[in-house]
Write a new protein. Structure first.
Length: 249
């Protein structure tokens, strides 16, 4: 892996020692630079979990991706830097209750002074890694996270200011390889039951909030509130991708 090129892609110029501080800095830089997006699915381009293909897409062509791509590649970067990283299978919480199928989401365990949960591929997820063995609330700005035990599972919980605790996803600590996620990755590319086939999405965290292209709407959220703007044409859509996300389809 060309580590300098990857670090340049995420705008990271800090230390690269194996430490919680470096993990946090890399995690945040990644979320600010690489969008969570499903554009290739709607362009009819098959997604690849091959390491070289992922690097070419995200680093060389400066695209984004979804969990298998982003966390798969981030895992490879961390390992190259000397971090001990384990890929975990996660099941995403449903709005009506329950959880999705196994391998529906790829998240990462990073072992340092203790185990940490890292995830740069969950869209609007936590910005900084979360301590895996700490049941206490872990605040991050206006949002708090905690890890709850549920039998063989750990459940990532989230609470926004003034809201209730809600589950995000659950996972076990069983180690997996990226190839184990291939079938579910194909499902999300092809099945009408997958929310990734329902419409185009491109979203990126910003220091003050988030910017999102959802269908033909540009949505900006900041501490001051939410602003939504309609996109009138495909040319305008492509211009917004370039200007706000640095993405050229």
């Amino acid at each position: 892996m060309d580590v300098p090129a990857y670090l340049e892609r995420i705008g990271y110029t800090g230390p690269i020692d194996v430490s919680p501080e470096t993990l946090r800095a890399l995690h945040l830089a990644h979320l600010y630079a690489v969008p969570f997006e499903n554009l290739d699915i709607h362009l009819g381009r098959p997604l690849s979990l091959d390491g070289a293909a992922l690097f070419d897409k995200v680093v060389t062509r400066r695209r984004g991706g979804f969990c298998y791509e982003l966390n798969g590649l981030f895992c490879a970067l961390l390992r190259e830097l000397g971090f001990r990283v384990t890929m975990l299978s996660a099941e995403v919480a449903g709005k009506a209750g329950g959880f999705s199928a196994a391998f529906d989401h790829l998240t990462l365990r990073v072992d340092l002074d203790g185990p940490w949960l890292a995830d740069v591929g969950f869209g609007d997820g936590f910005r900084l890694p979360v301590r895996l063995d700490d049941a206490a609330d872990q605040p991050q700005g206006d949002t708090a996270y905690r890890i709850a035990a549920d039998g063989d599972y750990r459940v990532l919980m989230r609470r926004d200011t003034g809201g209730d605790w809600t589950p995000q996803y659950r996972f076990t600590l069983q180690a997996h390889a990226l190839a184990d996620f291939a079938d579910r990755c194909l499902f999300h590319q092809t099945s009408p039951e997958s929310h990734f086939t329902q419409g185009r999405l491109c979203t990126l965290a910003t220091p003050g909030g988030r910017v999102t292209l959802s269908g033909m709407r540009l949505i900006e959220t900041t501490h001051a509130g939410r602003m939504e703007t309609g996109i009138a044409s495909e040319a305008e859509y492509a211009a917004a991708l370039r200007a706000r996300f640095g993405v050229i389809e």
